[in-house]
Design a protein around this ligand. Structure first.
Ligand code: ZN
Length: 302
């Protein structure tokens, strides 16, 4: 009997180990970026059919419809049945798209990316593949990843902002009429231009204002071949201070800590040549893999 018990116990241990190895790859899979989906989302949003996604145009509406379809596919809920939050700022009428994943607490992390771009000028379509289909497709990947987690510690908002190019109007609208109390928002992660860098450099901007975030960001090791650099967030840099350069600024002005991720300007920046063909897929995938790991780290440790 004692021997039999021993065998039994050995078998039990073996089973546990087997289970561990069987389950482990599944767990790892839940942290993986779906590269093909990532590129597809970017390609669709930056296609000529979207006509440069300028606020108030049919192309912009189509981009919004695509986003809503994707959010439904991923399984996220919205505060409204169609996920849209229309706004008027001055002469401009736009619409943000907002979805969420409910976590263990009522404290929120907001992932933001603007989906509008410059539209058509002089017959040329400004597709805005890098600016900012890249940020939007990345945010969709993070939405997928956070949704796959058993029980995230924070609740997560995924906010696709309109009218950034007209002066961060969607972001101002969001913070003036937030779907959750602003005091419950602990962090904004803003993505704007992620998909190309000759020097293979991604900047993280914001820790000069919120130094407490720095050690946490530093703990996330980027994939080989990607350099993540702190910077572009101090006033003495003048135009190279990116504190007010994208939607995170509206959060910052409300006292909400932010981390903005983006690349330096490139030759196709705000030109009709900012096309899908000109993104750097290898670089972009590494950036999104890095952001995915960082998001999970933030959820666990912030
Ligand atoms: Zn942009």
């Amino acid at each position: 009997m004692p021997l039999r018990f021993k065998c039994h116990s050995l078998l039990y241990t073996l089973c546990l180990w087997l289970l561990f190895f069987l389950v482990k790859p599944t767990a790892a899979l839940a942290q993986e970026v779906q590269a093909a989906v990532l590129f597809h989302d970017l390609k669709v949003l930056a296609a000529d059919t979207m006509q440069g996604r300028k606020t108030g145009t049919e192309g912009n509406r189509q981009a919004r419809a695509y986003l809503i379809r994707r959010l439904k596919e991923i399984g996220l809920n919205g505060f409204r049945p169609d996920y849209t939050h229309p706004f008027t700022q001055g002469q401009v009428q736009g619409s943000n798209v907002i979805a969420y994943v409910k976590g263990q607490s009522e404290r929120y992390i907001v992932v933001s990316a603007h989906y509008d771009h410059l539209g058509v000028k002089d017959g040329q379509i400004y597709n805005g593949a890098d600016d900012n289909a890249s940020g939007v497709a990345a945010a969709l990947q993070l939405a997928t990843l956070i949704k796959q987690q058993q029980s995230p510690r924070y609740s997560w908002l995924f906010v696709f902002l309109d009218a950034e190019e007209a002066g961060l109007l969607g972001a101002w609208a969001f913070v003036s009429q937030p779907p959750v109390p602003l005091k419950n928002i602990v962090l904004n992660l803003n993505f704007d231009m992620l998909s190309r860098s000759q020097k293979k450099e991604l900047y993280v901007c914001g820790t000069a204002h919120y130094p407490k975030l720095r050690p946490l960001v530093k703990r996330c090791v980027p994939p080989v071949g990607l350099r993540v650099i702190f910077g572009h967030d101090t006033a003495h840099l003048g135009m190279q201070d990116w504190t007010a350069a994208s939607d995170h600024y509206a959060f910052h002005k409300k006292g909400i800590p932010f981390l903005y991720f983006g690349v330096e300007d490139h030759p196709d920046y705000h030109r009709p040549t900012d096309d899908y063909e000109n993104i750097d897929k290898d670089f972009y995938l590494k950036v999104v893999q890095y952001l995915a790991q960082l998001a999970l780290l933030i959820d666990r440790e912030l």
